[in-house]
Design a protein around this ligand. Structure first.
Ligand SMILES: *[C@@H]1O[C@H](CO)[C@@H](O)[C@H](O)[C@H]1NC(C)=O
Ligand SMILES: *[C@@H]1O[C@H](CO)[C@@H](O)[C@H](O)[C@H]1NC(C)=O
Ligand SMILES: *[C@@H]1O[C@H](CO)[C@@H](O)[C@H](O)[C@H]1NC(C)=O
Ligand SMILES: *[C@@H]1O[C@H](CO)[C@@H](O)[C@H](O)[C@H]1NC(C)=O
Ligand SMILES: *[C@@H]1O[C@H](CO)[C@@H](O)[C@H](O)[C@H]1NC(C)=O
Ligand SMILES: *[C@@H]1O[C@H](CO)[C@@H](O)[C@H](O)[C@H]1NC(C)=O
Ligand SMILES: *[C@@H]1O[C@H](CO)[C@@H](O)[C@H](O)[C@H]1NC(C)=O
Ligand SMILES: *[C@@H]1O[C@H](CO)[C@@H](O)[C@H](O)[C@H]1NC(C)=O
Ligand SMILES: *[C@@H]1O[C@H](CO)[C@@H](O)[C@H](O)[C@H]1NC(C)=O
Ligand SMILES: *[C@@H]1O[C@H](CO)[C@@H](O)[C@H](O)[C@H]1NC(C)=O
Ligand SMILES: *[C@@H]1O[C@H](CO)[C@@H](O)[C@H](O)[C@H]1NC(C)=O
Ligand SMILES: *[C@@H]1O[C@H](CO)[C@@H](O)[C@H](O)[C@H]1NC(C)=O
Length: 830
């Protein structure tokens, strides 16, 4: 058997010098000398007795070999080991009869259970072929004991066969493929090719190829939510690949002449392999080496169908080019980075990892013009709208992204993804939007503070503990006393007082952020009785408790169907929180400004919403004991419940931010674009709300923002455009273009624009009161007057005189302005 070395010294040298590559050169000229068959009662030991190295310095100790002639392909099976002594009983394909280094493994018995030095292969007397490891324990067998097996033959096609005495096949390696097929080999329903885990890990990997329902199918295996394994179909054959049925009724594909498109089998060695990245490739030997002659599935469906073609979060375009979602976080750093600068197909990872402990900082990056088909791992929410779809994703810590497929109007199918595979860029609107969850880094300041605190606590914990405890105890006592003084016992119908811990519990530690506004951050929560609430954590307001409580009492006493109801509040140390009823359809801006033509409210809904906003405002201005100015009317502050009823949010809060109401000059937050001209002048009245309402009405009717930088310069300001179109008597031009229904009701819409004009008068005295607006909207015949002024001043942009600027999530330009208010406006109840 040992043909390279005739004397024992040489054998020892061979064993010792395994890693010296020059050695293989001395083998190169050799040809195979092993027999093609074996008889019962034979045993082979993995003892490095004969050696062949392939191109990757792996070695083979051949047991059986067979081939045709000296130039045709040859096969050899035996112990095949990598340099770390991980060995398989494997079958290799050689390009010719020379023991070259260019062999390819086309089958192996024990890829998931490798053996090592001294392992044995036994063709037992009872006909069983058994692989045992060095300690004699069973690793693999053909299970053919007692089946009258008479011989083990390696065929010329590379099939390892156990025959019985009647020459019929009892077992063959062709029935147990690994990741490759050889010419002539069939893949029959019930059998499966499974890729290697990687080029160095020979174990089973994540891709599989099999036959199902008379189709060739390819799957990607993943680990889903809570570690359950799952499969994602990524290829299913059509007419391009024939899947016939054999005599026994099983469907199969056969790797033979003409089976896979136009590529034919010549004389040269050839094989087909399911690669570690899910591709199915055919290789053929040529003078230059192994050549990839066909990328089977990609020919039919392109390069981007492979679920992990661009890794996690990657976006595949064209011929498999990969990129990462492009979006900047607040700190102007990209949300995503390439896993590897050189290998873009390894995917992307978030710069700030998604953390469930900081879910109040979660938001979404929106991807359009994409498709995403790896939905097997997704949790289907069924039919809903995109806002709810996003919210469901925020609700669920395991949700890494939401995919929303529009079906009709604003409705569509919503899927939550526990893992994000590659997206495909389709370069056109495909009615599919992906919302990829991202983590906004917590504000730097608080981070530093936390680190300092943690280190302090860490270092001084022992000494600190008692002191803090005492201080805390004292402060708690103090606080409860203050509260008792400041707040009377709870009356029915008044807001409930919650402790900070209670709110933490019902918001799951403030983990579900709904939004962020001028006054603070809003989180979703659920009361014990199941009622959903929105908890607003007010920005560092050093409010005197008495004032805060008085305001809460006032706001809590205001009940109207078109005002968001205050359910409760919390005041504890520096925390100030308000608990509101939960509005499941989010805010109006999400429904009227969508560039996506399918999400858009119908005319009936918009008309109803306009009336409801007017009613809410009228109540604030005239229906309560106390006149309340909203001062920040804009679509973000108009919320919609599950039936699309509109309710005003954030009313009364302007008062809360006044630290000292005895001062005439006060700081008020408004939003540019919605602020009446008199914000710049001496005093303001409730008519500033009427003006803002006019802007909102126009926005609803035109389906665009007042200031829309995506428009050509002359159309950027809706009010200027409105004026121009009014003069040209072409108001139909500006009715929401994205909504067919709005276009259909164009004349009615234009009619309603008159109300907006009235509300937008520069002279606030010419504007109607909200009560009158409601009457007009309800159809009362009130003479609006002919001398309406169409020369709207664009609402002031107060950047330059801003006393303090805050960043609003949507607008990025909420400003605070110093202005003089009539003292009566903001004082308490009269
Ligand atoms: C099996 O082989 C061993 C040695 O290889 C031999 O001693 C034994 O007699 C054989 N048994 C039979 C039944 O052939
Ligand atoms: C290795 O085992 C084979 C049988 O598989 C035997 O013929 C050969 O002598 C052994 N060689 C060494 C060096 O032990
Ligand atoms: C077999 O292939 C090797 C390359 O691996 C080549 O050097 C050799 O000439 C070929 N032998 C024959 C007989 O074609
Ligand atoms: C032999 O049988 C065992 C147990 O039934 C099974 O796990 C194993 O896969 C079988 N081996 C082959 C090669 O079919
Ligand atoms: C299998 O090999 C044995 C032993 O060499 C031989 O007698 C037999 O004819 C072979 N059977 C087939 C079907 O090739
Ligand atoms: C071989 O064939 C004969 C006749 O067809 C049959 O009687 C016998 O059972 C077969 N033996 C095996 C091992 O299948
Ligand atoms: C089995 O096949 C071999 C060669 O292929 C042949 O010589 C032998 O007669 C066959 N035996 C039977 C029982 O058919
Ligand atoms: C798969 O594993 C085999 C060993 O079983 C190895 O020779 C082959 O190169 C691997 N295939 C790929 C695509 O890495
Ligand atoms: C040898 O194979 C084992 C199992 O696939 C793998 O873990 C190991 O890294 C490989 N060693 C080398 C040097 O390739
Ligand atoms: C063998 O490996 C070397 C370097 O890794 C490579 O350049 C060469 O093309 C390989 N030979 C074949 C036939 O694949
Ligand atoms: C559009 O998206 C759907 C679902 O994601 C997908 O099935 C379809 O192929 C996509 N269309 C294009 C043109 O990619
Ligand atoms: C749940 O509790 C809140 C606050 O106490 C109350 O407003 C609401 O009506 C309750 N809901 C139900 C379904 O009991």
């Amino acid at each position: 058997m040992n043909r390279q070395c005739q004397n024992p010294l040489c054998s020892i040298f061979l064993i010792l010098a395994l890693s010296i590559t020059t050695l293989s050169n001395c083998i190169n000229a050799q040809t195979f000398m092993e027999p093609p068959t074996a008889n019962l009662n034979s045993t082979w030991v993995n003892n490095f007795s004969t050696l062949v190295r392939d191109n990757d310095s792996k070695r083979l100790q051949p047991i059986l070999s067979r081939g045709t002639g000296s130039t045709g392909p040859w096969f050899s099976c035996g112990f095949y080991c990598n340099t770390s002594d991980t060995c398989l009983f494997a079958l290799l394909l050689f390009p010719n009869s020379t023991l070259t280094r260019d062999a390819k493994v086309v089958w192996s018995a024990n890829r998931n259970n490798p053996v090592s030095f001294k392992a044995t292969l036994e063709f037992a007397r009872d006909g069983n072929l058994v692989l045992n490891d060095a300690y004699g324990s069973l690793v693999w067998s053909t299970n053919t004991s007692g089946k009258s097996v008479s011989s083990l033959n390696l065929t010329e096609t590379g099939n390892l066969v156990l025959f019985d005495r009647n020459n019929s096949t009892v077992w063959q390696s062709f029935d147990h493929p690994t990741d490759s097929l050889l010419p002539g080999q069939k893949l029959v329903s019930g059998q499966k090719l499974i890729s290697n885990a990687s080029s160095t890990n020979w174990g089973e990997g994540l891709y599989s190829l099999s036959i199902a329902n008379q189709k060739l199918v390819a799957y990607y295996m993943y680990t889903g939510d809570s570690n359950t394994p799952g499969q994602q179909l990524y290829y299913q054959s059509g007419n391009e690949i024939k899947v016939p049925i054999d005599k026994t009724g099983r469907s199969y594909i056969q790797y033979e002449d003409g089976s896979f498109g136009e590529h034919n089998i010549g004389r040269a060695a050839q094989f087909m392999r399911l690669e570690t990245d899910g591709h199915v490739k055919i290789y053929e030997w040529s003078e230059l080496g192994w050549e990839e002659v066909r990328d089977l599935l990609s020919v039919f469906v392109g390069q981007c169908v492979y679920p992990m073609v661009c890794g996690n979060y990657g976006i595949c375009s064209g011929e498999g080019q990969c990129s990462c979602p492009l979006a900047l976080a607040e700190d102007k750093i990209n949300y995503f980075k390439q896993e590897s600068e050189r290998q873009t197909n390894l995917g992307c990872s978030p710069n700030t990892p998604i953390s469930c402990n900081y879910s109040q900082f979660h938001s979404f990056v929106e991807l359009n013009n994409i498709s995403y088909s790896s939905l097997s791992a997704a949790i289907s929410i069924g039919e809903t709208d995109s806002v709810n779809c996003k919210n469901r994703c925020l609700d669920r810590c395991s949700c890494k992204a939401a995919v929303f497929q529009y079906q009709w109007n604003s409705m569509g199918s919503c899927y939550l993804l526990p893992t994000v595979f590659s997206f495909k860029d389709v370069g056109q609107d495909n009615f599919t939007v992906a919302y990829v969850k991202v983590q906004n880094p917590p504000k730097k300041k608080s981070k530093t503070a936390r680190i300092i605190m943690e280190s302090c606590v860490g270092a001084l914990f022992g000494a600190y503990f008692t002191i803090t405890n005492i201080l805390f105890f004292l402060r708690e006592k103090n606080e409860s006393k203050e509260v008792a003084d400041g707040y009377l016992e709870q009356l029915p119908g008044t807001p409930t007082r919650f402790s900070y811990q209670q709110l933490r519990d019902l918001t799951q530690d403030f983990s579900k952020k709904l939004g962020e506004g001028g006054f603070g951050t809003v989180f979703k929560g659920t009361l014990r009785n199941g009622t959903k609430v929105a908890v607003k954590h007010l920005n560092k307001l050093e409010l005197v408790e008495k004032t805060f409580l008085a305001e809460v009492e006032t706001i809590g006493n205001i009940h109207h169907v078109n005002l968001v109801k205050l359910i409760g509040f919390c005041i504890e140390k520096s925390h100030r929180l308000l608990v509101y009823e939960y509005m499941s359809n989010g805010s109006l801006n999400e429904w009227i400004f969508s560039k996506n033509q399918v999400v858009s409210l119908r005319w009936m809904s918009r008309r109803k919403i306009i009336l409801e906003i007017a009613k809410g405002l009228a109540y604030l201005h005239e229906g309560c004991r106390q006149k309340i100015f909203h001062l920040d009317i804009k679509p973000q502050n108009i919320l919609l419940d599950e039936n699309f009823n509109a309710k005003l949010a954030d009313f009364g809060l302007s008062k809360l931010i006044d630290k000292d109401q005895s001062k005439v000059v006060t700081t008020i937050k408004g939003t540019p674009g919605y602020m009446a001209p008199e914000w710049l002048s001496s005093f303001i009245t409730e008519k500033v709300d009427v003006y803002s309402f006019g802007v909102v009405v126009l926005e609803i009717l035109c389906g665009r923002r007042n200031l829309d930088r995506s428009q050509p310069e002359e159309d950027m300001h809706l009010l200027s455009l409105f004026k121009r179109k009014a003069e040209e008597e072409q108001l139909l031009d500006i009715v929401d273009k994205y909504s067919e229904d709005m276009q259909l009701h164009g004349t009615e819409v234009v009619e309603k624009m008159k109300v907006a004009v009235w509300c937008l008068q520069n002279d606030f005295e010419k504007r109607p009161s909200m009560t009158v607006v409601v009457q007009v909207l309800e159809g009362a015949l009130i003479d609006i007057g002919d001398n309406l002024d169409y020369d709207f001043t664009n609402p002031p942009i107060l950047r330059t005189i801003a006393a303090a600027a805050a960043i609003d999530e949507e607008e990025q330009d909420v400003v605070a302005a110093q202005t003089v208010l009539l003292p009566s406006v903001l004082s308490g109840p009269r």
